[in-house]
Design a protein around this ligand. Sequence first.
Ligand code: BES
Ligand code: ZN
Length: 865
Amino acid sequence: MAYEEFKGQSRLPKFAVPKRYDIRLAPDLVGCKFSGAVSIEVDIVSPAKYIVLNAAELSIDSNSIVFRPRSNSRELRAVGVGMIEEDEILVMEFPNELPSGIGVLSIAFEGILNDKMKGFYRSVYEINGEQKNMAVTQFEPADARRCFPCWDEPAAKATFKITLDLPSELIALSNMPVVEEKLRGSLKTVYFEESPIMSTYLVAVVVGLFDYVESHTSDGVKVRVYSQVGKTNQGKFALDVAVRTLELYRKYFSVPYSLPKLDMVAIPDFAAGAMENYGLVTYRETALLYDEQNSAAANKQRVAIVVAHELAHQWFGNLVTMEWWTHLWLNEGFATWVSYLATDSLFPEWKIWTQFLDQTTEGLRLDQLAESHPIEVEVNHVTEIDEIFDAISYKKGASVIRMLQSYLGAECFQRALASYIKKYSCSNAKTEDLWAVLEEESGEPVKKLMDSWTKQKGYPVLSVKVIDQKLEFEQSPFLSSGFPTDGQWVVPITLCFGSYDARQNLLLQTKSETRDMKECAWIKLNVDQTGFYRVKYDENLAAKLRRAIESNMLFATDRFGVLDDSYALCMAAQQSTTSLLSLMGAFREEHEYTVLSNLINISYKVRRIVADAAPEVIDNVNQFFISLFQYHAGKLGWEPKPGEGHLDAMLRGELLTALAGLGHESTLNEATKRFDAFLSDRNSPLLPPDIRKASYVAVMQKVSKSNRSGYDALLRVYRETDLSQERTRILGSLASCPDPDIVLEVLNFLLSSEVRNQDVIFGLAVSSEGRETAWNWLKDNWAHISKVWGSGNLLPRFISAIVSPFSSFEKAKEVEEFFVSRTKPSIVRTLKQSLERIHINARWVLAVQKEEHLAQVVQELAYMK
Ligand code: BES
Ligand code: ZN
């Protein structure tokens, strides 16, 4: 059959357009397979003998394929059927040209309920001590084709009518409510209402045993949280967040939620964090379930953010869908940004907009690599879609939206969003469609401004200098590697002169500009850190800012910014590590959660670099960090104080974890004592959830081949708990052990049947002593790992976690050589980024070795009171 012409095509040909799908699926949960039939109403827009659509890993019954034109009743049978496996395309040839207009295409097929967490897959749960399968779908970005033949592209929107055949004792869920159930002996057939027009990647089905809790929004949307039998209590928090968030979005977007119900389900095996299927949102257990007794404040916050994110998609993504994956960031960047807006409104005491800086800084950190990519990225083949679900689409995306919002003003921005949603409801949009609406609403040159942020990769660093009583700004592209590169941005600059009342704004459209200078105690650019750029101050301005931090003159966001920019400049060898350490010393009395949390993260990294560059000063560096963190940890103590806030709880956990990791003796001892109390009583008040991770890390610091009791005890806790968050906490602490032999054991444990495939990534946080062991382990097990995780989005995480901490050019070469013969499309970008990170570390190590005053300054910092 001559279907060569369809090979290697990234998009389906447009001569037929789907309008309505009638899908019937019969999953066999014991045999792990399914059979199905689909009738698709299609509009033949330009007559051809072929119909070309997506299908993958399905066995198609060729004899079943018929096309019935609506105009005449003569049905046409396919005379040739071919699969183009590499493009996941099914070509059907008919004896004559299909008449233009509507017709119905019917296909019967069979498939496997796979264990890859994508397409139509099985997830395993336990009930009454017995293991059972549930059947779940995960279609984004392009795996609906693994469940039924379809036009699997976001712009090919249609309506869906779903019918399921299943054992009568199970529950069946889909996007829409059930219209009818028919019992047939031990089986039943469940008919769902037809959906509104939507994209294939949002279609969903879940079949299994569940319990639920239920509530309603004020406008009558029925909301349920489904969990495993006996765990409904854990769904209550998410349920409450969901109801309130739906009400908030209805107001914010000026459009009601468009379906009659919203179900949210916890799935024990889940590749991502959650998935926004229209009306049936699926979650990892850790992102949906909250347990009063055992969940930490950080777990609670995660649940709220994830729920708010997925519900934002019900408008931004589901109602208005990106035209093509190039515009994925519209979905993900927006949902991320809006989730903070909702969370802030629900939980103002969480100071979530300050915490948003974690998003911005992670976006900046990825985008300072030469191997980054523009927000709007050309996507050709399906294999390229997975890798753009990254910090650029999500975090840079959300951050440039925030930058734009703060430039245009919140009200104007909201009005424009509402009109954009209204205009593109039930249809698709591109990035420039959004800019056009915003431009119209604001009268500002939105497209020109934003194109510079979404169409080119990277971002600028603004150098600020005082020259002859004038302030000079100059922008240049910022790369950690220091490589020269081009790029210019339209930068909304904000600045403050010595007080938050003395503010100025300017839109920098050229490479540099000067302004009159006002004499003042300090000057801060990028006020409140709403801009996606870094600032490099001249020495004098930097010193003034340091003093402003010490005397507590700056907002927490601005303290965060000064610290983070300094760290980035240091990594790029544009500033000395000695000066970074001195600046860190200005944060001795820091109390803000987000700032301290970043200080801790930076300390981890600096410590590793110094250990490689100047091992003789590492004891003093450790001592310095201990003294930095101890101040506040001492104030917080080990147990929650009556009436203390959410942020205190999170901060306590992070500070104690950091102190434990630094080997701080009294923290280790106290933590071990409390762990012992926990071992004899899992409800012991001595080890509340917020400090468990810290205590686990502390326990692992003392574990070695000859003293493994702590490790064995932790494994016992792991095996006994039925809480995913507890298991994740434990996995996240095991490899922090300094004994490489234990690290190896831990890594092998990760590959055992005791750890779900979805969870392995949490166990890869390896101590610096275990770095080499982990790399050898990765090499030894690569064939297996690449086979098991090869088809999902988790494989790159193995590489980035294990490879990026290295800091020598030789190691980079070794890694590169190992992967030369083992590369594949899904890891190419991550591998390049990881190699670049090693080079950056190596260059940083060399720079540190040349610093003359490091030892002396560290000594002073370590013993300063
Ligand atoms: N649409 C994504 C889920 C997804 C991710 C599908 C990757 C396919 C590939 C969902 O809306 C999402 O972004 N989930 C996040 C959580 C969110 C709070 C950032 C996730 O899974 O991490
Ligand atoms: Zn999302």
